[in-house]
Write a protein that binds this ligand. Structure first.
Ligand SMILES: [Zn+2]
Length: 178
């Protein structure tokens, strides 16, 4: 069976159900002080790294600028640079934590035709890939297994970010990138 690789289509489908009082979950998480519960693993000055609740693969994260916008052209220079640098660090941390064979990384821009479920706060998906991993999803189709995988991935990725130069790792929050 051939499978189409379309991880962007399975992100955050439970947004309204799980966060009925929040207009934008990405804005809410960056303002909250509950990083571990929110699966927010690293913070820089203008962006943060969030594990996807419905990962296509282990280590499927989103690198999200603080700015609430769906328009890439709205990001200012300091945010573009910070978001780009945080993507660099994210590839590096995923290499350390999970040793993938490859990565896919991309944005959904322009609304529902692009396939994303949150189109008003742009975010870069980073998906680690392993040779032969198109068979992975049926193996972890049970929700509980996915949740456990996300928690384990959080610990490994947290340690990997914390081992990078220029970071601090508070006991109770995301790794802070200076
Ligand atoms: Zn937002």
């Amino acid at each position: 069976m051939d499978k189409v690789f379309a991880p962007w289509r399975i992100e955050w489908v439970e947004r309204e159900k799980t966060n009925p009082d929040v207009d934008c979950v990405f804005c809410a998480f960056q303002a909250q002080d509950d990083d571990r519960a929110n699966n927010l693993v690293a913070r820089s000055d203008h962006a943060f790294v969030l594990l996807n609740n419905y990962p296509y693969n282990p280590g499927h994260v989103m690198v999200i600028p603080h700015t609430h916008t769906g328009e890439y052209g709205d990001l200012d220079d300091k945010t573009l640079l910070d978001h780009g640098r945080l993507k660099q660090r994210t590839f590096d941390a995923l290499e350390t934590a999970l040793s993938p064979d490859a990565f896919n990384a991309g944005l959904n821009l322009g609304g529902s035709a692009a396939g994303g479920s949150i189109d008003d706060h742009l975010h870069t998906h980073v998906v680690p890939r392993w040779n032969g991993d198109t068979n992975f999803m049926p193996v972890i189709s049970d929700t509980k297994v996915i949740v456990e995988a996300v928690e384990e991935t959080y610990d490994r990725l947290y340690a990997a970010f914390a081992s990078q130069d220029g970071t601090t790792a508070p006991e109770d929050g995301a790794v802070r990138i200076e």
